[in-house]
Design a protein around this ligand. Sequence first.
Ligand code: GRF
Length: 203
Amino acid sequence: KSLAIFVSGGGSNFRAIHEATLDGSIQGDVVVLVTSKEGCGGAQYARDKGIPAVLFPSWGLSPNDIVTTLRRLKVDFILLAGYLKLIPIELVQAYPRCILNIHPSLLPAFGGKGYYGLKVHKAVIASGARYSGPTVHFVNENYDEGCILAQRVVPVMASDTADELAARVLHEEHHLYVEVVAALCEDRIIWRADGVPLIQSRE
Ligand code: GRF
């Protein structure tokens, strides 16, 4: 399968997924990086690895242009990994059930506009929640609202700073996202009649 990855930041999830495509744990290829921030860590990693990169949003490139670009590259799935811009409706409609995002909290808690980066972890700690963890979900036209596909639980320690909690969650993100994308590329996602997606284990 051909994968497009969207990043705005450090790109550690991008890297985990790319490495998994190289060692065969994901049966897919990262064919393009889409970034909203030219100089970000994810964009640098793409340059080092020779993965073509597209700046979006950018002047003169409409949502339909990006759809055309992805179609020309025969992209099957779009994976958001720390991409901070809202995905245009044109893209959501062009790739139904084919766009995933990873979010660093147990959605629907601590999600939506305004909950990104360390703000998520600060809010979790301030709430007194004893558990947090990443969520992988399908993407619709609203931030952090599409169907939940997979989650991992990590403990919140009484002494945690936002940075410490973020690091614990990020470590789990890398494993979770790779597992989910492996399932996606092996057609192991099934949709329950009520519209909830489930991951089938390998036979
Ligand atoms: C992760 O915490 C992810 O959940 C969130 O943005 C962060 C991206 O980290 N959406 P990285 O750029 O993959 O290191």
